[in-house]
Design a binder for this molecule. Structure first.
Ligand code: AMP
Length: 111
């Protein structure tokens, strides 16, 4: 989608610090970092949210999220993967993204 910032990042048309990419998924640093590691993992193909994603897309994004956390050294310490769906959850970008957060003690439940 031409006016989607995450589509433009996936196409390398908008700036981002990309940590990992493959044919299905792209992972890049969140601009508003909330933890020492805060990466967003998105599907290349535009999907508005988890609610509209198929199993293959969710699998590709989930596997990329685990890989990013492992490659950053957080496999043992632990990390959180979260996706916001819709306004009450605070989804601000309508392109599916998994937040990968690590590097500090993460509170539960999230706010
Ligand atoms: P959410 O509120 O769950 O939809 O998360 C959207 C996230 O995207 C926020 O954490 C923003 O900081 C992040 N974000 C928005 N625009 C960009 C961008 N151009 N590059 C990197 N992260 C972004």
């Amino acid at each position: 989608m031409a006016d989607c910032i995450f589509c433009r990042i996936a196409a390398h048309e908008a700036p981002a610090t990309i940590r990992y990419e493959d044919g299905d998924a792209v992972a890049f640093d969140d601009l508003g970092r909330r933890a020492p590691l805060h990466v967003l993992v998105i599907p290349r193909r535009h999907v508005a949210s988890l609610a509209e994603a198929d199993a293959a897309t969710i699998g590709a994004v989930g596997a990329a999220a685990a890989r990013v956390a492992r490659d950053a050294g957080y496999a043992e310490r632990g990390y959180r993967v979260v996706t916001n769906v819709g306004p009450e959850a605070g989804q601000s970008v309508p392109h599916l993204h998994f937040h990968v957060l690590a590097g500090r003690q993460l509170g539960w439940p999230p706010g």
